[in-house]
Design a protein around this ligand. Structure first.
Ligand code: MLT
Ligand code: ZN
Length: 469
């Protein structure tokens, strides 16, 4: 785009929606031109901050007419570069659209603008004894619109499923400026194609979500958390099976390796709650039993886990403060590894029944060919979702690290394909994983995805270059 086209577009936008909606301030360009993905440098031309759906429509119409590319941006907590503007695009930040309507406690819904912060929605709905049960470490910054656009996962998928399950209605603006109002607040609506689904998880490539009616559920009873040390990953799976068969309602089952725990303890200055060192750790969250009998049963169940030899050590949080302290050990992993240096990250998933076989196959390849490259594995193992992070070893230069990491990737993805896994469980594809898509999608699927893009955005102006070129 030439600078005269940009000037003209920005002038039209200012005249249409207001001069204060547009910024070319250097700090804003850097802040809003990027997300949490560290692999890219932001290079947007301008940031536009609309205040309502109508303004989003006007801005997109102007950009569409002038052939100017637009990157929608929410809380910018994405980890696959889905909200990066690296190519002179205009960033459409939904940050000023954060209005939340009152909770409808009969229908158990809330309608919010796309820029509403996840945690703010949790707080507002909790006051009515309800919750939107999508939850993850970045809830204090992430936006509802971004959660929906990426079909976000997180720590409670094992209990509640993905974001997709908790969206009733969507207001979406197409690149042409057309506004779609999809499904309203209907629970049941079997009238042909459910177009709302086209915008969930498609990373802002088909339309811009500006408002959502969210489905809520009863706020769960108080939860309790146990933390276990285990000898190896096989024991982690044994414990998972036991937890699934237990009389308790499992709301999270998360794992982290010793290396991950050490990073959190060191970087965040936290306390190890267990008396001995283990190779693997599990955080198990359950709804807290309400009767004395049930609480006794829980104590007995924990003792059985220790007696059976499945776990090496265990602790049960005794207060809400201890619950938080244990969660901090798991939620601090990604950030703490980042503090230790350059991280090569993956977010894979497998059918649960194949996870162990995958880890054994891949582990064998790692042990023989990539000694010294230790993978830090953590994540939502109860959902079959693992985060595999490899740290650049001290003393190894970056080109060498990239070369070796690429070799490891090839090994990992070939094994992943063998076991019908996915190259992106919850972070999305964005810019970061485009080259991996072929491991999880067939050529026919790729072709259909391109055809859909062409229907919704024939000029390829909305979040171009994301998911595929
Ligand atoms: C997590 O589960 O901690 C997040 O997905 C963050 C990450 O993988 O880096
Ligand atoms: Zn995760």
């Amino acid at each position: 785009m030439t600078s005269s086209v940009l000037d003209q577009v920005l002038e039209e936008i200012k005249n249409s929606v207001g001069r204060d909606r547009v910024s070319i301030d250097a700090d804003d360009l850097i802040t809003y031109g990027r997300d949490w993905t560290k692999a890219y440098a932001p290079k947007p031309s301008a940031i536009v901050f609309p205040r309502c759906t109508q303004e989003v429509s006007q801005v997109l119409k102007i950009c569409s007419a002038q052939g100017v590319a637009v990157v929608p941006s929410g809380g910018r907590t994405g980890l696959a570069g889905g909200a990066m503007a690296t190519n002179g695009e205009i960033v459409l930040s939904l940050t000023r659209m954060n209005h939340m309507a009152d909770v409808d406690s009969i229908a158990q819904t809330i309608t919010v603008e796309a820029g509403a912060i996840t945690e703010a929605v949790h707080q507002k709905t909790a006051a009515q004894g309800l919750t939107w049960p999508v939850d993850f470490a970045s809830k204090g910054s992430s936006h509802i619109g971004g959660n929906i656009a990426t079909n976000a996962g997180g720590v409670r998928v094992i209990r509640y499923g993905l974001t997709r399950n908790w969206v009733l209605g969507l207001k979406v603006v197409l690149m042409s400026g057309e506004i779609l109002d999809l499904n309203g607040s209907l629970e049941k609506n079997n009238t042909g194609f459910d177009l709302r689904q086209a915008f969930i998880g498609t990373e802002g490539t088909l339309g811009v979500i500006t408002e959502a009616t969210l489905k809520l559920t009863r706020l769960p009873a108080e939860s309790t958390v146990a933390f276990f040390g285990l000898k190896d990953l096989d024991r982690v799976f044994d414990l998972f099976l036991r937890a699934r068969k237990s009389p308790f309602l499992v709301t999270a089952f998360e794992c982290l390796s010793r290396g991950c725990l050490e990073a959190v303890l060191e970087v965040q200055g936290l306390r190890d709650p267990l008396p001995s060192v283990s190779e693997q750790y599990v955080l198990l969250e359950i709804e807290k039993p309400q009767s004395a009998d049930q609480l006794e049963l829980l104590d007995q169940w924990l003792l059985d886990c220790l007696d059976s030899g499945i776990t090496e050590s265990a602790t049960l949080a005794q207060s809400p403060k201890e619950v938080q302290e244990i969660w901090a050990l798991r939620e601090g992993v990604a950030e703490s590894l980042g503090h230790r240096g350059r991280v090569h990250k993956h977010d894979i998933s497998l059918p649960l029944s194949k996870l162990q076989a995958f880890l054994k196959d891949w582990g064998r390849a790692l042990g023989t060919q990539y000694q010294g490259m230790e993978p830090y594995i953590f994540g939502h193992i109860g959902d079959g979702n693992l985060h595999v992070n490899v740290l650049q070893p001290k003393g190894m230069n970056s080109p060498e690290f990239e070369r070796i990491a690429e070799g490891m990737d090839a090994e990992m993805f070939a094994t992943l394909k063998k076991y019908q896994g996915s190259v992106s469980a919850e972070h999305g594809i964005g810019l970061l994983k485009k080259n991996l898509l072929e491991f999880s999608k067939t050529p026919v699927e790729m072709q259909l995805m391109r055809s859909l893009k062409n229907v919704f955005d024939p000029k390829n102006l909305l979040n171009p270059g994301k998911i595929f070129d």
